[in-house]
Write a protein that binds this ligand. Structure first.
Ligand code: ATP
Ligand code: MG
Length: 147
């Protein structure tokens, strides 16, 4: 079972390990909304999640231009979105452009970088992960689980 946590990591390796432990405890279907500034470590966290789901972390690449990546091996599919470059006018049009409804209907774990682009939409009960800078090499990771 997945639990909320709040912790500080002092290196990229530590953040990736936190993502792996998170990935080990998550079950499909699930939606994970990932927020954090540019370079905070969102993609690194997803690498860890992939490992925790039984995939090779090296499969994970930043979907900044592809918008949606899908990693199929392991315990369940992992669908990885990055909405940063999606210049849609509204959260509704953002969701429509990436086909979010269809993605959420899959028996998969869906993880979204720059999830603030979906703010205000009814997405059910997403898990929220925020990664914040705490100096150059440290990050604060906050995981919130819906009731
Ligand atoms: N404690 C830390 N945790 C995570 N990353 C760190 C840490 N310290 C330094 N870094 C560096 O920060 C960068 C994080 O990159 P990453 O691509 O994961 O960020 P991102 O949030 O996905 O960026 P983007 O907004 O461009 O998608 C890496 O270059 C990593 O080496
Ligand atoms: Mg990224």
């Amino acid at each position: 079972m997945i639990r909320p946590f709040h912790l500080r990591t002092g290196s990229p390796e530590e953040l990736e390990a936190v993502g792996r432990r998170f990935g080990e405890t998550i079950d499909a279907p699930a939606l994970v909304l990932l927020d954090g500034e540019l370079g905070a470590g969102k993609t690194l966290f997803v690498r860890g999640m992939a490992a925790g789901l039984g995939k090779s972390p090296d499969e994970v690449t930043s979907p900044t231009f592809s918008l949606v990546n899908r990693y199929g091996t392991g315990r369940c599919p992992l669908v990885h979105l990055d909405l940063y470059r999606l210049d849609a006018a509204t959260p509704e049009s953002t969701a429509r452009l990436v086909g979010l409804d269809d993605l959420l209907a899959e028996q998969a774990v869906v993880v979204v970088e720059w999830a603030d682009r979906l703010e205000g939409l009814d997405l059910g009960s997403p898990i929220r992960v925020s990664i914040a800078y705490d100096g150059d090499d440290a990050r604060i990771v906050d995981v919130r689980i819906p009731e």
